[in-house]
Design a protein around this ligand. Structure first.
Ligand SMILES: [Zn+2]
Length: 378
């Protein structure tokens, strides 16, 4: 989840919004306005809108505090936090690496729901203190705001403590299994299984509510959250497997050594006929006097009109070296994979003292991990 709108930095952590967040913000404002109208029909329309808007903004602040709590504890445990992104279903803290021990993982996970719980109780407490005696429904706008914020934060804390990875409760569960069983991998596996089980229950229960008509909207919403959870818990467990498999490996261990080279001066037509079609490869490093000058794939060729292929050299169509990210054989495999993800590319050339020595690609990482798991060693 990458932020599309950047809001600034807190403690060095980039705070951002994903577009999908606005959808939820609008939904919250509209449903709050309707709710206020049924509870307090004598309020003016302008007041209702204003209170709904302020409540939504404060809800956003509460979500941010929840994520900040995760991030600040992670930082205090020596982990780097890149960013916090708020999106349709809440927030995510992008913590760069895994916690080193079960206790850190436990505290990083649990501090979020604790923060939401605390905010919830503070809001409800303030509302109680300020309410006129004997009234059960909030009369004043400020009280309605406190009541809603208090309730939603407690719901948020409880929802997040559902033991389904990657929800906070799932992370807490994982840290406990890790702590008791001394194996991070086994803990991840079990937490991911419970995550998928919880997700299936959400989906089933949601669809049941939807099709039986008992809970039309809520059912669909629950099924949607379940589907999201399922996807998230599957991809985190896959990611964890990859990370475990790559631990301690260097780019040089994994890269494709037998890499395809092409001289920069030949024409695109010759490149396509003699290299691409004959070898079936997709990625070629372009060299000049044995030095890497760029990279070319069929994508670059397609950008040049076919009738110009004879007059255009590979060198003028390639992605030049200055636009490429390169790694060295000594770069750690995890770092290189991270680079692919953040630059949104499929491969990077591996260069040693200016000379191309290989290609590091997602496909190669997968093949490497498959070969290792088939042979039963990690
Ligand atoms: Zn959380």
């Amino acid at each position: 989840m990458r932020a599309q709108i950047k809001l600034g930095r807190i403690a060095g952590i980039e705070i951002g919004l994903h577009y999908s967040w606005f959808l939820i913000a609008i939904l919250i404002v509209f449903s709050l306005k309707d709710q206020f109208r049924t509870v307090n029909p004598d309020w003016s329309l302008g007041l209702m809108w204003a209170i709904a808007l302020v409540t939504a903004v404060l809800f956003f602040v509460a979500l941010l505090l929840h994520e900040l709590a995760h991030s600040l504890v992670a930082q205090s445990r020596g982990l780097r936090v890149r960013a916090i992104t708020l999106f349709a279903l809440g927030g995510v803290s992008q913590i760069e690496s895994e916690a080193n021990d079960a206790k850190s993982e436990f505290w990083i996970a649990i501090v979020g729901p604790l923060t939401s719980l605390m905010i919830g109780f503070i809001c409800l407490g303030l509302e109680r203190l300020a309410s006129p005696r004997g009234s059960s429904e909030p009369g004043a706008p400020l009280l309605a705001l406190l009541l809603w914020l208090g309730r939603i934060n407690i719901v948020l804390a409880v929802f997040n403590m559902i033991p389904g990875y990657p929800l906070d409760g799932g992370r807490v569960l994982r840290s406990l299994i890790w702590w008791l069983g001394h194996s991070q991998e086994r803990a991840t596996k079990w937490a991911s299984y419970t995550g998928q089980a919880v997700a299936f229950l959400f989906i089933l229960y949601g669809l049941f509510g939807f099709f039986t008509g008992r809970n039309y909207q809520g059912g669909l919403w629950l099924a949607f959250i379940g589907w999201f959870l399922l996807d998230a818990s599957r991809s985190t467990s896959l990611q964890m497997e990859i990370m475990t498999g790559l631990r301690g490996r260097r780019v040089g261990d994994i890269m494709e050594r037998d890499c395809a080279l092409v001289e920069g001066h030949i024409s695109l037509q010759d490149f396509v006929d003699e290299y691409v079609l004959r070898s079936g490869r997709r990625c070629f490093m372009v060299v000049q006097n044995n030095s890497l000058v760029g990279l070319i794939t069929p994508n670059e060729v397609k950008k040049v009109p076919r009738e110009e292929w004879l007059q255009t050299s590979v060198q003028s169509a390639m992605i030049p070296l200055r636009q490429l990210h390169v790694v060295s054989p000594e770069t750690s495999a995890i770092e290189a994979l991270d680079l692919l993800t953040h630059q949104d590319v499929n491969q990077v050339p591996v260069v040693s003292q200016g000379h191309p020595v290989g290609i590091f690609s997602r496909g190669q990482v997968i093949r490497y991990l498959q070969a290792h798991s088939e042979l039963g060693k990690h």
